[in-house]
Design a protein around this ligand. Structure first.
Ligand SMILES: Cc1cc2nc3c(=O)[nH]c(=O)nc-3n(C[C@H](O)[C@H](O)[C@H](O)COP(=O)(O)OP(=O)(O)OC[C@H]3O[C@@H](n4cnc5c(N)ncnc54)[C@H](O)[C@@H]3O)c2cc1C
Length: 363
């Protein structure tokens, strides 16, 4: 718990970026008693963490052994207790569903690739099992099965509503006296002898350590005193949503170019496009029409209705996942989570809070 004693500037930490990553790290650091300030250039949690679908799905994401793979598997295992702890800390309810995922293959080639991937995933501890068209008709009666070549079910994939996670993280941080500063971009960080000089819309402040967690914008923060960290890149995605009167999609469903999931509030999401067009926010009707067509091909009842909403967001792309110190024990990176930042938040927060605590406590 927060020691909430007198302010200790020698241990004060700033975080540039208040998305799910920055807010999760802030919460874990505040729990360890560090005075934390989170700066956001606009609204806390208003970017990718608001836009994300919320799949917690190593089954759909993992196809090779990598740092991201082991982090994704570890973070998935942490999610249930992460959500329970947040709910308890904030007396709120978060839509978290251990619903599993049905993955569909529409050709022999797709099915072969799916089974090859599943065999590899099994070696990492990600279970799945083959599902016949008859079982799909019985358990997923709304799924179009005519052209199916086969399918697998991933029981451990799940979903969370990231907007509720962010809202709860803001409340949890406030309850531990974390300072949250909105509409205040961090432009420059300068490593000095005893800490880091942070320049923001509020002027220059000194911190013992700073974390760059500004999602797709992370690479734009200028750093002096150590090499400039790796570049970041916005990877735009469109999602569409259908307000449904009842639960018509009880698990994640993944098709060739589309995934579908339904939140507890009835909103059924279909996504997502992958576009490299810079920070361009517009909703493109051609892209949303294509998503709607692909969604209707998997769940024909959706073809009879029109999406009630659509939006875009910027996945934080980079050359790799960057979580850890950067050429110093005062500057830390937390970006490059790309398509999996919602999934990776609990793991990122624990790893960074442990690393930073160890670093500051031995200084
Ligand atoms: C369409 C779409 C679907 C997705 N689906 C999933 C999914 O199903 N599962 C999953 O795990 N992930 C998903 N993601 C990815 C996930 O949303 C991101 O990886 C995650 O939200 C990244 O969190 P973040 O905190 O790093 O970035 P963000 O949420 O983008 O937060 C970064 C914050 O930094 C602030 N900022 C920027 N520059 C500065 C600055 N200079 N100073 C201060 N603040 C700054 C921004 O205002 C922003 O609030 C999806 C993303 C998109 C776009």
């Amino acid at each position: 718990m927060n020691s909430s004693g007198p302010s200790r500037p020698a241990r004060s930490i700033a975080i540039a970026g208040g998305g799910i990553i920055g807010l999760s790290v802030a919460w874990r650091l505040a729990q360890r008693g560090f005075p934390v300030t989170v700066y956001d250039q606009s609204t806390l949690g208003g970017e990718a963490s608001w836009a994300g679908a919320g799949m917690l799905a190593p089954g759909g994401e993992v196809d090779e052994e990598s740092d991201l793979t082991s982090a994704a598997i570890a973070s998935r295992r942490m999610y249930s207790s992460f959500v329970a702890e947040l709910e308890q800390a904030t007396h709120s309810t978060i839509d978290y569903q251990e619903c599993g995922a049905l993955e569909l293959a529409y050709s022999g080639e797709e099915l072969e690739a799916l089974e090859r991937r599943a065999a590899f995933q099994a070696t990492l501890g990600i279970p799945s099992k083959a599902i016949s068209a008859g079982s799909i008709r019985a358990f997923w009666p709304r799924v179009q099965t005519e052209k199916l070549a086969g399918a697998r079910f991933y029981p451990e994939d799940g979903i969370v509503n990231p907007r509720q996670v962010v809202t709860a993280l803001i409340a949890a941080n406030r309850s531990l006296w974390v300072t949250l500063v909105e509409n205040c971009p961090v432009s420059c960080l300068k490593l000095a002898d005893e800490g880091v000089d942070l320049t923001s819309g509020n002027g220059v402040s000194k911190y013992a350590a700073v974390i760059v967690a500004a999602g797709a914008w992370s690479g734009g923060i200028q750093i002096a005193g150590v090499p400039q960290p790796p570049a970041s890149e916005p990877v735009k995605g469109h999602l569409i949503g259908y307000r449904q009167p009842d639960q018509t999609c009880t698990t994640i469903i993944r098709g060739t170019n589309i995934y579908l999931l339904q939140r507890a509030n009835g909103l059924l999401l279909a996504g997502a496009s992958v576009e490299r067009v810079g920070f361009e926010r517009e909703v493109n009707p051609e892209i949303t029409a294509k998503l709607a067509a692909d969604a209707g091909a998997v769940l024909p009842h959706l073809a009879e209705t029109t999406p009630t909403e659509s939006w875009t967001g910027f996945r934080p792309g980079s050359d790799a996942l960057h979580v850890g110190p950067w050429h110093s024990n005062r500057l830390f990176l937390a970006y490059g989570h790309f398509r999996n930042g919602i999934l990776l938040a609990p793991w990122t927060a624990d790893v960074l809070a442990d690393t930073i605590a160890a670093s500051l406590e031995t200084r």
